[in-house]
Design a protein around this ligand. Sequence first.
Ligand SMILES: [Zn+2]
Length: 369
Amino acid sequence: MNAWQSKMTDIVDAHVHMGPSAEEAVALDIQKAIGVDKTVLVSIQNPANGSGLPQSLYMKARHPDRFYVFAGLNHGEKLSEGRVRTPSLVEQLEGFVAMGCDGIKMIEGKPTSRQMMDIPVTDPYFADYWARVEELGTPIVWHVNDPEEFWNPELLPAWARKQGWGYGPNDVKKEQLYAEVDEVLARHPKLRIVFAHFYFLSADLPRAARFFDAHPTVHFDLTPGVEMLYNMSRNPDATRAFFLKYADRIVFGTDIMSRNTIEEAIFRAGIVFRWLESEDTFRVPKGADFLLGQPEDGIVHGLALPDEVLTKIYRGNITRLAGDAPRPLDVGRAIAECTRIGAIAQGMSNTPAEDTEAVLVARKLEALA
Ligand SMILES: [Zn+2]
């Protein structure tokens, strides 16, 4: 069976990437095709080309009850060594909240981010920001780390190598990244964080349990990383017990991108739905997107979770963090933000601001207002 649909309703997909605003119709078609009611757009900024956040703001403006926006930080000033100016991280955070963003997306903690900007999250650069996020209670979807096999050239999957996700002796180590998060959480124990991809602890559920017990305000999302499903399928009984015990801490997400085809999106979401809901033993279908690898890579054992647990994973936990409905967008503030992002991109890359996604979105938002 290929097109596996959920039996549940009112599902929130808490981890989706929006491409250019021109993909608006596709993003809506995907939402409908996979049977999801609301979507969290996790919006990593690319300061050099002005994309990432603007198109998510556009979706929120156009479809206010359908899209939450978790905004990524703009590190243009650090990345350009001061050539361009960006507001402080606290000012950025406060601006996002004021314009109606629902949370923050971070990828500072993925080894590739560290290759681009070698500033640990424990650095003074982040200090005031962490304090203010904790104070405001703003939820964060945070990608920290990567699967352990990405540090081992012999085990690195081909699809990961293609993305440049293989790490060597000069890269930050997995345990170092965990230690930095531990230090941030020790300083700011009330941070409300959803760690993406099960925090890459799917091969070690006892450790995941210790982490949850030590940090009552953190959560994990279930976005593949297909290795997550294979790891947790090795001992389905232990996995099921973990999911029942920590049902309040687990959040559904797919990592769908609006550039995926509808078929790829259906496969991607369907794999997670089928894993959570059925008792089936199955493989990734042929035709799934390349980041899910090949059918022969592994076997998934369904968890057959009860409806009350599914309800928490599909909706309850993320809406407790981000609200029952997306916050309304202040279009005027969004236009100003997109214009500023476009100017930063121009300063960093010499692309005229008018040619960036940011300014394109600003123009589209002006036409709506
Ligand atoms: Zn993602």
